[in-house]
Design a protein around this ligand. Structure first.
Ligand SMILES: *Cc1c(COP(=O)(O)O)cnc(C)c1O
Ligand SMILES: [Zn+2]
Length: 413
C-alpha cells in the first residue's frame, strides 16, 4: 500500500530508512519523504481521485503512511471560493480563496499536517504526542489527539491569544505555556524529544508532518479543474507550507495529473516578523533571525526552520515576498470579511494585505489567475481586531428608525 521509498536529506540527498527522524546526520539538513513516482503514476488517475471521499486522504498514495489512516479521517477538501467582489476591489480578474478557516476539526490548515503526523505516530507505536506551537498547531494536536485517545504535551509561548489557549485546553491536553518566544519553545521540545519517547509532530516527526501540507496544493489544482494557478500567495511562519504546496503541484505535473506547474509563489509575512521576506528582498537565501513583534502570532517564528527552502521556491518560480504592518493586516481582515463573508485570522489578513501590495507593485498582474491561502479562522484572534464600539437601542421601532435616519444622513453628507 505504501509508495514511500524512504527518507532523504534535502541538502546532501543521503537516504535514510523510514524512522521518526528529522535531521540528516551527515550535514544537519532537513529530511524529507521520497516516493516511487513511477509506481504511483500507473495507479493514480484524475478519475480515481475524483471517485474517492472529499477528504485529504483521496491523495493517500502521495502521503507517507504504510496502512490506512487512523487520525483526521474527515480532514481536508475545504472550499475554493471564486472571489469576484474582492477581485474587483483589489484589481485582478480571477481570484480564489482556498478557505482552511473552516478546516475540520480545529479551523486551520494545521489539521492537514496533524492528520498525517498523528497517523504516522501511531504506526511508529508512540504512546504520547506533542508539539511546539504558535497556536493553531496546538489546537489541532489537542483535538486530534483527544479523538485518537493519545495523551498530548503541547508547549506554547505564554503570550498567545486567549481563544487559542482555550481551544487547546478544552480537549484535556497537557498544555504548557513557556516564558519565551516560539524559537525558545521549539528548542525545548527538541530537548524533550531527545530524552522521552514523545512524537513531537513538528520536531522529530517533521518530515511526515510536512507532507500533509501538500494536500493544500493538490486540492487547489483539482478544484481548478486540474490546473495550477498563475500565482499563489501563502502566509509563512516556519516556511514549510509554501514549500509543500510547491512540492505538491510539481508532483501532480510529474504524475501527469496536471499539464504543468508554472505557478509563481509569493510569501506573506508581517513586518513585525519578516525574516523570510527580508531575505528575499535582500537577494539572499540566508535567513537572519528576528525577535517577533506583531499581532500575527501564528506567523511569529523568528528563526524559520524552512526559511532557506522557502526563499528558494519563491525566487526559482519568479515570485516575491512582502511584509505588511499590523494596521494593514487589520484592514485586510475586514476587507475579506466584508467583500466575501470570510472571517480570517491575522495570518489571513497578512496574506490579503501582501496580495494587495504585490498587485500595486505590478508583480501580480491583473490577468493572473490568483489563489490566496486563507489558513486560519478569525474567531481565534478576536482581540487583535479594533472594531467600532456599538451602542444598544431601546426595543422600540422609533429607536430603530432614528438609527436609520442617522445612517441615511451620514451617507448623504
Ligand atoms: C502555521 C501557520 C502558517 C504557516 O505555517 P508554516 O508552514 O510554518 O510556514 C500559516 N497560517 C497559519 C494560520 C498557521 O497557523
Ligand atoms: Zn544531509
Amino acid at each position: 500500500m505504501s509508495y514511500v521509498k524512504g527518507l532523504k536529506c534535502r541538502v546532501c540527498e543521503t537516504p535514510y530508512p523510514v524512522e521518526p527522524l528529522a535531521i540528516c546526520e551527515e550535514c544537519f539538513g532537513p529530511l524529507e519523504v521520497d516516493y516511487d513516482y513511477d509506481a504511483i503514476k500507473t495507479k493514480l488517475t484524475r478519475e480515481e481521485i475524483a471517485s474517492r471521499p472529499p477528504t485529504l486522504w483521496r491523495y493517500r498514495e502521495l502521503l507517507p503512511l504504510d496502512a490506512d489512516p487512523t487520525v483526521g479521517l474527515q480532514t481536508g477538501f475545504t472550499p475554493l471560493i471564486r472571489a469576484d467582489r474582492l477581485a474587483r476591489t483589489i484589481g485582478v480578474r480571477e481570484l480564489y480563496i482556498k478557505n482552511d478557516a473552516v478546516s475540520h476539526p480545529s479551523l486551520s490548515f494545521k489539521d492537514r499536517v496533524v492528520a498525517v503526523a498523528l497517523s504516522k505516530a501511531r504506526e511508529f507505536g508512540f504512546e504520547a504526542v506533542g508539539c511546539a506551537s504558535t497556536g493553531n498547531l496546538a489546537n489541532s494536536v489537542a483535538a486530534n489527539a483527544a479523538a485518537a485517545g493519545l495523551p498530548a504535551y503541547i508547549l506554547i509561548p505564554d503570550n498567545l491569544e486567549k481563544n487559542k489557549i482555550i481551544g487547546t485546553q478544552v480537549y484535556g491536553a497537557n498544555l504548557v505555556p513557556v516564558r519565551g518566544n516560539y524559537d525558545e519553545v521549539n528548542r525545548l521540545c527538541s530537548e524533550i524529544a531527545g530524552r522521552y519517547r514523545f512524537a513531537f509532530v513538528n520536531v522529530n516527526l517533521r518530515p511526515f508532518y510536512g507532507e500533509g501540507s501538500k494536500t493544500f496544493g493538490y486540492e487547489i489544482a483539482e478544484q481548478l479543474g486540474w490546473h495550477a494557478p498563475d500565482a499563489v500567495v501563502v502566509p509563512m511562519a516556519g516556511g514549510s507550507l509554501i514549500t509543500k504546496i510547491y512540492k505538491g503541484l510539481n508532483e501532480l505535473a510529474k504524475l501527469g495529473l496536471i499539464d504543468r506547474a508554472e505557478t509563481r509563489f509569493y510569501g506573506a509575512q508581517a513586518a513585525g516578523c519578516n525574516p523570510i521576506a527580508a531575505a528575499v528582498k535582500a537577494g539572499t537565501r540566508d535567513i537572519r533571525p528576528v525577535k517577533p513583534d506583531t499581532i500575527a502570532k501564528s506567523l511569529s517564528i523568528g528563526n524559520p526552520a524552512d526559511g532557506y527552502f522557502a526563499t528558494g521556491v519563491i525566487t526559482e518560480t519568479g515570485g516575491w515576498s512582502e511584509d505588511v504592518s499590523d494596521r494593514e493586516i487589520l484592514e485586510s481582515i475586514e476587507l475579506l470579511a466584508a467583500a466575501e463573508g470570510v472571517f480570517a485570522e491575522t495570518a489571513g489578513g497578512t496574506t490579503l494585505a501582501v496580495t494587495r501590495k504585490l498587485i500595486e507593485q505590478g508583480r501580480i498582474r491583473p490577468e493572473d489567475r490568483v489563489v490566496i491561502a486563507i489558513t486560519g479562522n478569525g474567531l481565534k484572534t478576536v482581540e487583535a481586531l479594533q472594531l467600532e464600539e456599538l451602542n444598544s437601542i431601546e426595543p422600540k421601532l422609533s429607536a430603530f428608525e432614528a438609527l436609520l435616519d442617522k445612517q441615511r444622513s451620514a451617507i448623504a453628507a
